[in-house]
Every structure is written in C-alpha cells, then in structure tokens.
Design a protein around this ligand. Structure first.
Ligand SMILES: [Ca+2]
Ligand SMILES: [Ca+2]
Length: 105
C-alpha cells in the first residue's frame, strides 16, 4: 500500500490506487465503505503515514475516528464512496508540509 501511494503523482493516480484497494476494504461489496470498513482503511492508511512521516496529525488519529468520518463523508449519508475517499487522500497529500509524501520523478 505504501509503495502504491508513494508512486502517486497526480489525481488520476490516486483514483486508480483507491479503486484497486477498494475491494480489499469493501467487505460486503456494496461499493461504499461503512464505518466498520472505513475504520480498517484508516488504520492501514495511518500506519503507512506514520511509518513515512514519523507522526500523524491528531485529526487523523484513530481516537478522532468519528470526527474523521464526519469530515470525509461529505454528503453525510453514513458511508464513504470512492470520490469522498479520493478527496480525503488528495487533501491529505496537499496538506503534507514536506513534499516527500510524493516520490519525485
Ligand atoms: Ca461496504
Ligand atoms: Ca458519503
């Protein structure tokens, strides 16, 4: 997973990665992540960021999972779709102070 995201260079890459990972987390295959499914995604994603950056913004700490979920679930329908997840990841990448989240070239 880390390797995939470190190779992401643009929005289309992010979308492609999210699509390829989706089935791994969408256990009931209904096309969206509910809270339980999203939690697993967040745990994996945050573990990756932590290994990379040595820290995680408190916003993305699992203690704040409910806050995170509300933030990412833009249309507030209780599930996270691919578009919402992509927006979250892109925002996170833009917010990263150090651009090393992206591997140059
Ligand atoms: Ca699902
Ligand atoms: Ca939603």
């Amino acid at each position: 997973m880390e390797k995939m995201f470190s190779n992401a260079k643009n929005d289309a890459d992010v979308m492609r990665i999210v699509q390829s990972l989706w089935s791994e987390y969408d256990n009931d295959a209904n096309g969206v992540l509910d809270r339980r499914e999203a939690r697993k995604f967040v745990i994996d994603f945050m573990t990756m960021i932590k290994m990379r950056e040595g820290r995680v913004s408190s916003m993305y700490n699992l203690d704040n999972f409910d806050k995170w979920f509300t933030e990412v679930d833009k249309d507030a329908n209780g599930t996270i779709d691919m578009r919402e997840m992509c927006n979250f990841i892109k925002t996170l990448m833009r917010q990263a102070e150090r651009p090393k989240f992206f591997t140059p070239g």
